[in-house]
Design a protein around this ligand. Structure first.
Ligand code: SF4
Ligand code: SF4
Length: 359
C-alpha cells in the first residue's frame, strides 16, 4: 500500500469557522488508513529550521498539502524553504473553471523563447499536490480529492510495476462511496491518525519567487533596497534575507516583468498568487506587473518604506527625461535600463479595482 502524507497547514487567524474546517478535514482524512495526516502551523510563517519543516523534509515521495494560500503560492513557499518537487494537478480549486486547465493556460501564456529558471532546477522526482482551504467549506470535498490523488499515485506505482492487486482495486473504487460519506461521529484532533506539529511561527512577510515564470532578469534585486534578494553560486536569483522585507510592502512584485514574485498574504489576489485570468477576473497582467506604470507605483511604495525606515526616498522613475536620468543615477547600480513611464493613474485605478473585488 502506498501511504500518502497529507499536510494541513493551519491559517493565521483564530476564525472559528476556519478552525472548524481544518479540524473536520483532518478528522475525516484520518479515517482512511492509507493517509498519514500531519497538522502544522501556517507554512508561510515557519522557518526552514522549524519542527514543521523538519517533518516535511522527512517526506521523500509525493504528498498533499492543504493550506489557506493559493496553490501556486503554497508550492513556491515550500520551495523557498527547501521542500521541492513538481506541481501535481488538482481538481479542487477556488477558481473551479480553471482547475486542471491552469497549467495549460500558463504554458500557453509562457510559450515564448525565454528561459525560465525552473528549467535549470534539479527538482526531486516527486509531486506536491497543493489544495486550497478556500476552495470549499465541505470537508468531504477535500477527502474526495485527496483519495483521488492517492488512487492516482497507486496507479502510477502499478504502471511502474511497483504496485500490488490491492492498490489497483482501490484505484478502481469510486471515491464517492458510502464509506466516505459517513462522518457522523468524527474524531477530533490529537486522536490517533492525526499527528500535530506544535511549534508556533511568528507572523512573517516576504516574497516568494515562482521559478516556473522567473527569467533571472535581476529587476527585483536591482529594485529592492532592503537586501532581500541575492544570488546563489550559479548566479540565480533567490530570496536571500526574507525577513528584511518590509511588512505590507509588495513593491517588487509590481516591477517583475514576469509576474513571478508572489506575496502570499497580500489582499490583492493577483499579488497573492491567484490565477488572475480565472473566471470573471480578467486582468491585463502587462498593466499590473513590470509595465512602466507599475514601476512608478512600486517606486512610490518603496519610498514609503524607505521613509518609515528612516532612510531617504529615491523617487519614481519620473516623467521627463531629466527625472528619469536623476532616478537612474541616484537609485541604484542597475543591471537593467529604466523603463519608460506613462500614465500611472491607470495602474492605481486597476489595483483599486482589484482590491475592491476582495476575492
Ligand atoms: S524580477 Fe521577476 S523574473 Fe526577474 S529575476 Fe526577479 S523574480 Fe525573476
Ligand atoms: S517588498 Fe519592498 S522590501 Fe520587500 S523585497 Fe520587495 S522591494 Fe524589497
Amino acid at each position: 500500500m502506498t501511504r500518502l502524507p497529507v499536510i494541513l497547514s493551519k491559517g493565521q487567524s483564530r476564525n472559528p469557522e476556519k478552525r472548524g474546517l481544518e479540524e473536520a478535514v483532518a478528522a475525516q482524512l484520518a479515517e482512511h488508513d492509507q493517509l498519514d495526516v500531519i497538522v502544522m502551523p501556517h507554512v508561510y510563517d515557519l522557518t526552514p529550521q522549524s519542527e514543521g519543516y523538519q517533518a516535511l523534509s522527512q517526506i521523500a515521495g509525493d504528498f498533499v498539502i492543504i493550506s489557506w494560500l493559493y496553490s501556486r503560492s503554497c508550492h513556491w513557499v515550500l520551495d523557498r524553504n527547501g521542500i521541492r518537487g513538481n506541481v501535481g494537478d488538482v481538481l479542487l480549486s477556488q477558481t473551479q473553471d480553471d482547475a486542471l486547465d491552469d497549467d495549460d493556460e500558463l504554458e500557453d501564456e509562457l510559450d515564448d523563447d525565454k528561459t525560465r529558471v525552473i528549467s535549470q532546477l534539479a527538482l526531486p522526482d516527486r509531486k506536491i499536490y497543493s489544495l486550497e482551504f478556500g476552495s470549499s467549506d465541505a470537508p468531504a470535498d477535500f477527502v474526495d480529492e485527496v483519495l483521488r490523488i492517492a488512487a492516482q499515485a497507486d496507479l502510477m506505482q502499478w504502471i511502474e510495476g511497483k504496485a500490488n492487486q490491492e492498490m489497483l482495486e482501490r484505484f478502481l473504487e469510486p471515491v464517492n462511496d458510502t464509506a466516505i460519506g459517513v462522518h457522523d461521529a468524527l474524531p477530533v484532533l490529537g486522536q490517533a491518525g492525526v499527528t500535530e506539529v506544535q511549534d508556533q511561527g511568528m507572523r512573517r512577510w516576504y516574497p516568494v519567487i515562482d521559478f516556473s515564470r522567473c527569467t533571472n532578469c535581476m529587476e527585483c534585486i536591482d529594485f529592492c533596497l532592503f537586501g532581500v534578494y541575492g544570488v546563489d553560486k550559479a548566479d540565480t536569483i533567490l530570496v536571500d534575507q526574507p525577513d528584511n522585507c518590509r511588512k505590507g510592502c509588495p513593491a517588487c512584485s509590481r516591477v517583475c516583468p514576469e509576474n513571478a514574485i508572489v506575496f502570499p498574504q497580500h489582499k490583492t489576489p493577483a499579488i497573492a498568487g491567484a490565477p488572475v485570468d480565472a473566471g470573471a477576473l480578467k486582468i491585463d497582467l502587462s498593466m499590473l506587473f513590470g509595465a512602466p506604470d507599475a514601476q512608478n507605483a512600486a517606486a512610490r511604495e518603496r519610498d514609503e518604506q524607505l521613509m518609515l525606515a528612516g532612510r531617504a526616498p529615491v523617487g519614481t522613475a519620473g516623467e521627463t527625461e531629466s527625472e528619469k536620468a536623476d532616478f537612474a543615477n541616484i537609485s541604484m547600480d542597475r543591471r537593467q535600463p529604466v523603463a519608460q513611464s506613462t500614465n500611472s493613474d491607470r495602474l492605481d485605478s486597476l489595483i483599486d479595482d482589484l482590491d475592491a473585488l476582495d476575492l
